[in-house]
Design a binder for this molecule. Sequence first.
Ligand code: HEC
Length: 194
Amino acid sequence: MKQSLLLLLTLCLVGPALAADSVGKSAAELEKEKAMKEPFANDFGPETLPEKYLKTLSADAQKGYKALRVKCAQCHSAARPLNSQFVETGGKDKAAREAAAAKLQKSHPELFDKEHKNLWQIEGAIWQRYVKRMMNKPGCEVTKEDGKVIWKFLSEDSRERKLEKQKEWTAHREKLLSEFKKNHPGRYKELYAH
Ligand code: HEC
């Protein structure tokens, strides 16, 4: 009797610990594992931007960059957003930004060509949508206040560093993609080859 009580006690104490070790990963840990296991070409670019360039951005965007470096590096590196093909057009609200994207498509249709989709993905609210999507992931530590300045940074930065410097951006992104194709052919096919 005493022995079986002891056994029961042992099971009660050890059982959950064993379970937690094997399957009890938190949702946040699982999300991080997923993010690391499935790389993007973006991940192999720089994780920081030059100070000199950052100083040309608005105060809010600079704040957003600082927040991104910490908060958006929780599950994958900061390189993933910093080297992304996403570009958000400017405007005072979402409707104005979407109108600006439509206007750009008329004046520069080549930027919207299907064959360039891995270099540029230009939309009026693409960063707004992606910051929200990341914030909805389990365990994400990006607060509402962080999210706002991070979005501001990504939106401004995508115009200044990608649209305003098309040649440099294209060369940078093409290099990342060709290296990724060589080193991760399966994942390249899945993400970029259609
Ligand atoms: C809780 C974990 C987590 C956090 C925090 C997180 N991400 Fe992610 N991120 C992921 C995962 C998982 C993926 C791949 C699946 C997906 O796209 O949803 C991803 C993918 C991405 C991609 C690639 C999307 C594509 O299809 O090209 C970008 C860009 C990105 N994240 C930006 C951000 C930004 C910006 C932040 C900070 C606001 C952030 N992430 C914070 C987990 C996270």
